[in-house]
Design a protein. Structure first.
Length: 209
């Protein structure tokens, strides 16, 4: 164990594996809000956060369970298509409150090529939010639209029907065939666009935050 007169005890959230303070400092120095992306065992969460001397302020957020509750999403709530749509929803909400750009904050999630956290950021960018992101880390179009999942479901339904029933039991129980995921993805994305096209633009928050 490290010790000595120059040894500094790491901050509690760093010890708990929750915050990378050096990265956070660089993001705050940018002066832009953070697009914070987090995952749980069941959901994808995206937030637009401003930092201040007295703490962080969340001015917009999106949760993948909202896709189910408000937009009729019948696919999984933690897969890549759901991650993209959650980011897309956050991006539209950000624009409606006058926020046009942000920096990505994926916390301590590993920056693996094609990771779901990058699908969230890609969704926000496609909605119109300006966020620096290298195209090389973004999941490809077939993963984002659910083509890969649909293809796998089709293969499984043909080769191992029992496993198909087990693996997609939750979606099948809701009356949804996972082989239709790409079409369903487009339907839900259109529904999100329709809803937010009717919401008026609010006063900008970026200057006053």
């Amino acid at each position: 164990m490290a010790h000595g007169p120059r040894y500094k005890v790491p901050r509690r959230r760093r010890l708990e594996g929750k915050t990378d303070y050096r990265r956070r400092y660089r993001m705050i120095r940018s002066g832009k809000p953070r697009l914070v992306v987090r995952k749980t065992n069941k959901y994808i969460i995206a937030q637009l956060v401003f930092a201040s001397p007295i703490g962080d302020f969340t001015v917009a957020a999106a949760h993948s369970r909202e896709l189910v509750k408000y937009f009729g999403w019948m696919g999984g709530t933690k897969n890549t298509p759901a991650a993209y749509l959650t980011g897309y929803l956050l991006g539209l909400r950000a624009l409606k409150i006058g926020v046009k750009e942000a920096v990505a904050d994926i916390g301590l999630h590993r920056p693996v090529k094609g990771a779901k956290v990058f699908a969230v950021i890609k969704g926000a960018i496609d909605a119109g939010l300006q966020v620096p992101l290298g195209e090389e880390v973004v999941p490809d179009e077939e993963r984002i639209r659910g083509v890969v999942i649909a293809r796998y479901a089709e293969q499984l339904a043909s080769s191992d029907p029992e496993r198909f029933q087990r693996q997609f039991s939750e979606q099948l129980r809701r009356g949804f065939d996972p082989r239709r995921l790409p079409e369903h993805f487009e339907e839900v994305k259109r529904k999100i666009d329709e809803v937010y096209s009717r919401i008026p633009q609010l006063a900008p928050v970026a200057e006053s935050a």
